[in-house]
Design a protein around this ligand. Sequence first.
Ligand SMILES: Nc1ncnc2c1ncn2[C@@H]1O[C@H](COP(=O)(O)OP(=O)(O)OP(=O)(O)O)[C@@H](O)[C@H]1O
Length: 308
Amino acid sequence: MEKIIEIQEVTKRIKGKTIIDGISFDVYKGEVFGFLGPNGAGKTTTIRMIVGLMGISEGDIKIAGSSIKTDFEKAVRHIGAIVENPEMYKFLSGYDNLLHFARMSKGVTKEKIDEVVELVGLTSRIKDKVKTYSLGMRQRLGLAQCLLHDPDVLILDEPTNGLDPAGIREIRDHIRMLARERNMAVIVSSHLLSEMEMMCDRIGIIQQGKLIDVQLVNDFVNGEEIIFEFEVDASERAKAVIQEALPQLQVQQTEVGILVSAVKEEVPLIVKHLVKEDILLYGIQEKHKTLEDRFLEVTNSKEGVVHA
Ligand SMILES: Nc1ncnc2c1ncn2[C@@H]1O[C@H](COP(=O)(O)OP(=O)(O)OP(=O)(O)O)[C@@H](O)[C@H]1O
């Protein structure tokens, strides 16, 4: 995979306060990279530094090999971004808006405008005034605007904010398509964890200005341990039996039985202990953790390992 963004030991201080504290990670072409973190963690600040809206106190950011510090113009040329709400002229058509933006960047042809309109699925409505568009259509027009100069990287801060479920799905599908079919790197931030789980290939978790974890979404969510639910006739006793016999495992009582966080190889052992104590076992189910479960585990423990 080809690196397109390199964040190298970046620190940001504002009025003596450290907002971002020495973060480093890379983003590759063709992937959707999600930025997760509690409110005030530093997601927007990091994004603003990547797109060049804010200076860097220490460290460097390279885009397609060019430093944003020493080669700003060349570096940001590779980026298309929606950081604040895209500015649109509501009384103009979508097409006229794009024409307006096209005039501001060099070398954008009318064919290119038609191509991006088609790419974001707005062809049939592009001649209508923007004020008649739904929020989802406006977001897609914003996406089209970002794509006019053929960026390698797309940066979207909270792209699904305020959208209804259908709108969220539309934007998500477009983001994934741009990464897969156009080999673009897409960086998104969102506090909607279920959304990030569906949209991203990798996520970086930022907390109090530090990057505490960078992982593939699948590895992050599932890890090695799985939660198994054992449906039994006597859950309280079952919990006590497993805690006594296998004290290394985490056991939780539920309405129908017990939840045990374990690896698959440990399941026969758990069953053996339950059966030995004459506990009736009606079924075993695998419960997958959600990104939200894992996010809360990691941010609450404040410990994390950076897997590059
Ligand atoms: N210009 C500024 N002056 C002083 N403090 C700032 C400034 N910009 C950001 N901060 C502080 O930096 C921290 C990180 O803010 P940032 O907006 O990057 O967080 P965030 O992760 O995007 O949060 P949210 O999810 O709430 O948008 C916050 O504590 C914020 O108050």
